[in-house]
Design a protein around this ligand. Sequence first.
Ligand SMILES: Nc1ncnc2c1ncn2[C@@H]1O[C@H](COP(=O)(O)OP(=O)(O)OP(=O)(O)O)[C@@H](O)[C@H]1O
Ligand SMILES: CC(=O)N[C@H]1[C@@H]2OC[C@@H](O2)[C@@H](O)[C@@H]1O[C@H](C)C(=O)O
Length: 381
Amino acid sequence: MINAPTDKILAIGLMSGTSVDGIDAALVEICDRQGILSTNLIAGHTYEYEADLRKEILAVCAGEPRSLQQICELDDRIAESFAKAALAITEKSDRQPNLIGSHGQTVFHRPPAGQKMGYTVQLGRGAVIAELTGIKTVSDFRVADIEVGGQGAPLVPMVDALLLSHPTKYRACQNIGGISNVTYLPPNAGAIPEQIFGFDNGAGNVLMDMATQKLFGQPFDRDGAIARQGKANLELINQWLEQEFFLIPPPKSTGRELFSPDYLKARLEECQDLSNYDILATLTEFTARAISKSYRDFLPVLPEEVLVGGGGGRNGYLMERLQDLLKPAIVKRTDDFGLSGDSKEAIAFAVLGYLRIKERYGNLPSVTGAKRSVLLGRIFA
Ligand SMILES: Nc1ncnc2c1ncn2[C@@H]1O[C@H](COP(=O)(O)OP(=O)(O)OP(=O)(O)O)[C@@H](O)[C@H]1O
Ligand SMILES: CC(=O)N[C@H]1[C@@H]2OC[C@@H](O2)[C@@H](O)[C@@H]1O[C@H](C)C(=O)O
């Protein structure tokens, strides 16, 4: 028997998501056996942003005015933090990585509307990361998809299809980060990319986080311990789920522009009769129901297994609510399927970087609505 040629590289994936909690870095071995990819996570870590940098990013995300010069300086400061994270995670191996795939930090995202092309901005330029680390860097992953009419998001579905599809089962990969998004994987999805769907399906943790900070002075509701003590108001939730974002069919993407501090303020005004615990319970149930409703409304087949990634998977109460709402599907964290839920998005950008240098398409037009498949990312050597 002739052994299939195998390509093995050591790559770093870098991602900071809509929670803006820090830079998720993954040092990952990517094994390519004639186009069939597998990954082996050597190390994964979240490097927190410096407090003032995080504050500045959140201010820009919230639309506070800044000069172009200030934005450029922020771009480089973020790139420097990403480079630092890459160098720190490199220490976990005695081998030098061949590649960095860096998502950067989204500070603005406007999906396409009618004839109007979308616009998306990720700061942390790849040129600076490549310069400071000496490692070939791929960044700016979303722009090429936007340029062919796509949403530019979500992009992880391609990697879900490559790493997590099952030969016979219907699966959904549910990410619950700041924003939540789903990938629908019919059996053997890797072989039938046009049948893969994916879209953003609501505010993941972002509203719960902002409310926990405002009402309880804590960064987030650890394990859902606060929400668990309250009672959700279903009348309000059903009203909130009538909002246009939840009703329009995919392709769709969203961000902090919609689920903003102002959005939370308006919801909290509607919660005046509720205790703070009930408010957290209501926002948590809102996140869970937005997800379950999106499956019933938009997925061709309800999944048998739901693989949850992102920080929301650590919220035991939210996971219980999802399990209840999505039964008979089995809801588990991706870790139970051999892929770290905390590092999943960082791993995904390492893989997308790999696809780029191999000149393999990175977007899925059935997910983003793009007119065609394209190479994602700019390479800085
Ligand atoms: N133990 C925990 N209990 C409850 N929630 C948690 C826990 N750990 C993390 N989280 C939640 O997860 C969030 C971070 O999730 P994650 O790192 O996936 O976000 P992200 O990378 O910004 O996401 P995305 O790019 O998908 O928007 C935290 O802000 C918090 O709300
Ligand atoms: C514009 C942008 O940064 N979108 C993020 C965000 O965070 C979650 C959700 O909204 C998703 O669409 C996307 O990230 C993941 C990594 C993706 O592209 O698959």
